[in-house]
Design a protein around this ligand. Structure first.
Ligand SMILES: [Zn+2]
Ligand SMILES: [Zn+2]
Length: 99
C-alpha cells in the first residue's frame, strides 16, 4: 500500500514546518521560512496555510521522488503556480483559531 501523500510528508519533515521557497522574485530574502500548520494544507486563507508544489514532477517522474516537491506557504504557492489568490475560504479555518 503506497500512500500518495508520502512524498509530501517527507518534504514536510524536511521543511521543519516552514516555507521552503527561495524564489528571488517573491520579495523574501533567502528562504521564506513562514511558519506553517500541517492541518491547514490547501487552505490559502489561513495564517498557516500551505501547499505542496511539484514543478511538474507528478507527470514526469511519478510520486516516488521527493526531489522537486517543495513545501510552500500559501502566498508563495500562489505566486509559484501563478494562480489568482483564493478568496472566500476564511470560513473553513475554524478548526484551529488563534490561541
Ligand atoms: Zn513562503
Ligand atoms: Zn516565496
Amino acid at each position: 500500500m503506497v500512500s500518495l501523500d508520502e512524498p509530501v510528508e517527507n518534504a514536510w519533515m524536511r521543511s521543519q514546518a516552514q516555507c521552503e521557497c527561495r524564489r528571488e522574485t517573491h520579495g523574501h530574502p533567502g528562504r521564506c521560512r513562514r511558519d506553517l500548520v500541517w492541518e491547514e494544507r490547501g487552505q490559502a486563507a489561513c495564517p498557516g496555510g500551505w501547499d505542496a508544489h511539484h514543478e511538474g514532477l507528478l507527470a514526469a517522474a511519478g510520486w516516488e521522488a521527493t526531489q522537486g516537491c517543495e513545501i510552500l506557504c500559501a502566498a508563495c504557492h500562489q505566486q509559484a503556480a501563478r494562480r489568482p489568490a483564493a478568496k472566500g475560504l476564511a470560513a473553513r479555518c475554524g478548526a484551529r483559531g488563534p490561541a
